[in-house]
Design a binder for this molecule. Structure first.
Ligand SMILES: C[S@@+](CC[C@H](N)C(=O)[O-])C[C@H]1O[C@@H](n2cnc3c(N)ncnc32)[C@H](O)[C@@H]1O
Length: 248
């Protein structure tokens, strides 16, 4: 059977076209294709397989969903997005009906960051450009969700903007940016030390990935595993090498 993939489309063109037609859809149109692809590549580098179960928190107009739904097996892609219209627009413009029927992506439209709604244990949580808009309380809810709604070897990839100064560390309790209830753009920063302490409270391990994220953000990787001796040794050897190259 030939699979009706929609991979020969000009994704960048379609991203720009959707924005022209509907106005700002939560993501910059100039990097539509590249920023979605960056997220797929990062997931692949962290072990994504076709049968991985992936939950994308804040999936928006499916700029990453496009890649993930095509790559993953049937019923392996799950998206949460309160701006229901964005999902509808993305589905209509980026996919053939056949691929949606074949892959059966699952969506939920709650705005409470409730990751238990699918009654599934996930292998990956992805929050691309979500911690750059949400409150500290929402981050805590997502971390709790990661503890309860994922498998032991699961990976949580989230992009963020670090607050280096106290005055830039977002303390508000509202979403800042466009959403189902706002059309005002904006973004927030969170302190890396605060994020680390929230991970530690839940027994989670936090790592900053060296690969750049998209839209000038940084990647954080969160897992349930304690840093293994071999990964600590690798880190130690890397630091030793840097010191040697700089000072000898
Ligand atoms: C900057 S966009 C990122 C979209 C997508 N992750 C990507 O990288 O293409 C943020 C998305 O989060 C959605 N959002 C807003 N409030 C949310 C909430 N409470 N729960 C989940 N998503 C939310 C917005 O509607 C928007 O579509």
């Amino acid at each position: 059977m030939s699979i009706p993939y929609t991979t020969n489309i000009d994704l960048q063109y379609l991203g720009e076209k959707m924005t022209k037609e509907y106005g700002f859809l939560g993501v910059p149109d100039y990097s539509f294709e590249k920023s979605g692809r960056n997220q797929l590549i990062t997931l692949l580098e962290e072990g994504l397989m076709p049968d991985s179960r992936v939950l994308e928190i804040g999936c928006g107009v499916l700029r990453v969903g496009y890649w993930l739904i095509h790559f993953l097996d049937k019923r392996c892609y799950y998206g949460i997005e309160p701006a229901q219209e964005r999902v509808r627009i993305g589905k209509e413009h980026l996919f053939s009906t056949e691929i949606i029927e074949l892959k059966e992506p699952q969506f939920n439209f709650n705005s409470a960051f409730d990751t238990s709604v699918f009654n599934t244990k996930f292998d990956f949580f992805l929050a691309g450009s979500i911690w750059t808009h949400c409150s500290k309380n929402s981050i805590k809810i997502m971390l709790d969700g990661f503890v309860y709604n994922t498998n032991e070897s699961a990976v949580f990839l989230t992009s963020y903007l670090p607050a280096r100064l106290k005055k830039n560390d977002y303390q508000g309790n509202k979403w800042v940016g466009t959403s189902h209830e706002s059309d005002v753009s904006g973004c927030v920063r969170h302190s890396p030390a605060w994020i680390r302490s929230e991970c530690e409270k839940r027994g989670l391990t936090l790592e900053k990935l060296s690969r750049d994220a998209f839209d000038e953000q940084y990647w954080l990787k969160i897992t349930k595993q304690k840093a293994s001796k071999s990964s600590l040794k690798k880190k130690y050897n890397r630091v030793k090498k840097i010191i040697k190259s700089r000072f000898y």
